[in-house]
Design a protein around this ligand. Structure first.
Ligand code: FES
Length: 117
């Protein structure tokens, strides 16, 4: 059985191959969401993007879902939606990763860097 290590929580959990990463986190009381997304989220429908995680090995997880690519694909293959990720092998997971420094870091808003300050 694969093991999933949640880095921020320093907690390691065993699970069967194919386990949904969001469900695994919730079942083990891992803080997957930050406030207020812990109260209001899409419940695993790939609509809100708040279950975003960073994984260490892209081959240890299922291929990204089409809906997932629209939400986190621009950040790179290590950024996934936990609700659309199945565990295939040993994995390290960072919950609430901070690559982007806010919405202006999205490539869509690159033009704003040229504006006078
Ligand atoms: S729970 Fe909303 S996108 Fe995963």
């Amino acid at each position: 059985m694969p093991t999933v290590h949640f880095v921020k929580q320093n907690q390691t959990v065993e699970c069967p191959v194919g386990t949904n990463l969001r469900q695994l986190a919730l079942d083990n009381e891992i803080d997957l969401y930050s406030f207020p997304a812990n109260l209001i989220n899409c419940r695993g429908r790939a609509m809100c993007g708040t279950c975003r995680v960073k994984i260490d090995d892209v081959r240890a997880a299922s291929a990204p879902h089409e809906d997932e690519l629209a939400k986190v694909g621009w950040e790179g293959p290590q950024y996934r939606l936990a609700c659309k990720t199945q565990v295939l092998a040993d994995l390290e997971v960072v919950t609430n990763p901070r690559k982007a420094q806010g919405w202006t870091s999205h490539p869509t808003y690159k033009w704003m860097e040229d504006l006078p300050h």
